[in-house]
Design a binder for this molecule. Sequence first.
Ligand code: PBG
Length: 323
Amino acid sequence: MFPEHRPRRLRGTPALRRLVSETTLRPRHLVLPMFVAEGNTEPHPISSMPGVVQHTRDSLRKAAVAAVQAGVGGLMLFGVPRVHDARGSGATDPDGVLNSALRDVRAEVGDDTVLMADTCLDEFTDHGHCGVLDASGNVDNDATLSRYAEMAVAQADAGAHVLGPSGMMDGQVGAIRQALDEARRTDVGILAYSAKYASAFYGPFREAVDSQLSGDRKTYQQDPGNAREALREIELDIAEGADAVMIKPAMSYLDVLSDAAEQSSVPVAAYQVSGEYAMIEAAVANGWLERERTVLESLTALRRAGADMVLTYWAADAARWLD
Ligand code: PBG
């Protein structure tokens, strides 16, 4: 009798497939990144990310509640200030757009979900870099760390449960941990963007946060060809006190994600970024891909590769589809 081996046997019915399914994808695994813009009176669509908006303070609160009702595991907030300056002053202003939004959302959702904040200056600086610049216009690592420390404490005071330092400065996790501890905020966690690549897939995000950047971030973000370096970044971040680590972008970096999941002693996140969202939405708009199947397959792949959690702009939709 040939064939002797018949793997199809276990695929014959939904019940068989369910029984042998290796990977789970649940709403609790998903974190929704959200944008809030200062002074908006109406939610403002982001043309390169159909379905995603720059919220007003009010629409953000409502969308946050809806996402929590859908069961998402967390929310990650990004602020879009009206005024930018060299130091990114809005980032540390307790009444700045992001800190105000954190306060609003925390008041609304309490501890029902995990509220996270982007701890980075690029949304707030007039040059669009993730840190402050030195006299020659280079990003000044150590001067940036003190800005991050200040920003971290402001975000903790505003109600963030977890901070997401995304600037790829050396020592950022340690600097933030120390600042939080000195402010007696030992309860606030750090999700470190450990391996964040200098990626073309962040394109639509630039529109989402009205980025002022000209040039690139190659002196601080990683070279897309480097995998070993990602493991070093993870090791350093864990040593500095990271409670969880992240790989970003996601779909083009499954090998890095898989290695990270194997090596890491803390939970691992993957960030399915704006360009990944835009690619699939564009194909869906053309009738070339089915949204729900494609999105759920991409998220399942990230879980299979080892992500404990996934940041995705589809988090609320996917949570509803999974329900
Ligand atoms: C920096 C930051 C970026 C993203 C998240 N945090 C932009 C960048 O590094 O250029 C990109 C997220 C996305 O593309 O969805 N604060």
